[in-house]
Design a protein around this ligand. Structure first.
Ligand code: SF4
Length: 334
């Protein structure tokens, strides 16, 4: 049984401009010790899916209108809020995008880790303090006893992100959701943070959902990948399949936009146009206005996500055409 299973999730926002279908029929699974990469442009529904799992969607205007989120076989969407509170931050941890806004500036980092431990575990203040210092050590913060007493503004961006990881991991969660955990950091710190998450994952046996817009990060860390576009998963497969055998035109476009040092030339591919707004998705395929492979069928019928090769799911009417016509240098180079 999968550790976490999102099934046919629909999360909508009821706004003055209409109903924004931010997550529409999204399904994915996460297993123990596995990293599921969720990739796509801003606004495609990656983070809203994660917040739905945590049941942190602001209601109103948001509402989870359909689907199931099974964690250890229990549907989180049916749990009373008190039971959910015991899971959130405890069995399922989350690292948010912006460490500076997620940490409270008026409390020391030690206090903030301790608070999370005391909220979920039956331990004394002294034990919580020791564990907080231990977590700071585990996430690679030098002189943790000293850092424990410091405030967020006294730490660098990389250190603050490590503190966020320490908080998320302080209760040994089974699932860690990392939402763009390295976006605000420079590349060397970025690599350290990803390596750290990977190491801790192996030691603690967690399943990780890594949300990012960066396919380079996914290549380094994920076992399987869900590519999201305009509230849907459009391609879902093992990471190698996504890189060596992309079957959705959007994935092909994303791969074409990654710089490759060993390829002479040439301009990076761009995906022309913009993502449609979720209050006004077109009839048919949401990607049609940007897709070089679009046909009249695409404008009339929405493609369903189907398994077209073993373990490889795609939502595209013409994936077989894409396979033949996609730029081969992308596939060979990745
Ligand atoms: Fe492009 Fe049509 Fe496939 Fe949509 S269904 S991605 S428009 S080819």
């Amino acid at each position: 049984m999968a550790l976490l299973e999102v099934k046919n999730l629909r999360t909508y926002f009821f706004t003055d401009d209409g109903v924004a279908k931010s997550v529409d029929d999204v399904s994915y699974t996460v297993n123990r010790k596995e990293t599921l990469g969720v990739v796509g442009e801003s606004g495609c529904g990656k983070s809203v899916t994660a917040l739905s799992i945590m049941r942190l969607i602001p209601m109103p205007p948001g509402r989870i209108v359909g689907g199931e989120i099974l964690f250890d076989g229990v549907d989180l969407l049916k749990l009373p809020e008190d039971d959910m509170r015991a899971i959130r931050g405890n069995k399922i941890g989350m690292i948010f995008q912006e460490p500076m806004t997620s940490l409270n500036p008026v409390f020391t980092v030690g206090n903030q880790i301790e608070e999370s431990i005391l909220l979920h575990q039956k331990v004394s203040k002294e034990e919580a303090k020791n564990r907080a210092i231990e977590m700071l050590r585990k996430v690679g913060i030098p002189a943790p006893e000293q850092r424990y007493k410091e405030y967020p503004h006294q730490l660098s961006g990389g250190m603050r992100q490590r503190v966020m990881i320490a908080i998320a991991l302080s209760c040994n969660p089974s699932v860690l959701i990392a939402d763009e955990p390295t976006t605000a950091l420079d590349v060397t710190v970025q690599a350290q943070i990803l390596e750290l998450i990977n190491e801790l994952q192996q030691t603690l046996g967690m399943g990780v959902i890594l949300i990012t817009h960066d396919l380079g990060v996914i290549a380094e860390t994920a076992d399987r990948v869900a590519v999201m576009y305009a509230s849907h998963i459009v391609e879902y497969s093992a990471v190698n399949e996504i890189y060596f055998n992309p079957l959705h035109p959007y994935t092909v476009g994303l791969l074409g936009s990654i710089p490759k040092l060993h390829i002479e030339s040439d301009r990076l591919m761009t995906i022309e146009g913009t993502v449609p707004v979720p209050t006004a998705y077109p009839v048919g395929c949401n990607f049609a206005s940007r897709c070089p492979y679009a046909t009249p069928t695409c404008l009339a019928e929405e493609p369903a996500l189907k398994e077209v090769e073993t373990g490889h799911f795609v939502a595209c009417h013409h994936w077989d055409e894409v396979k033949v016509r996609r730029p081969e240098h992308l596939v060979e180079a990745n």
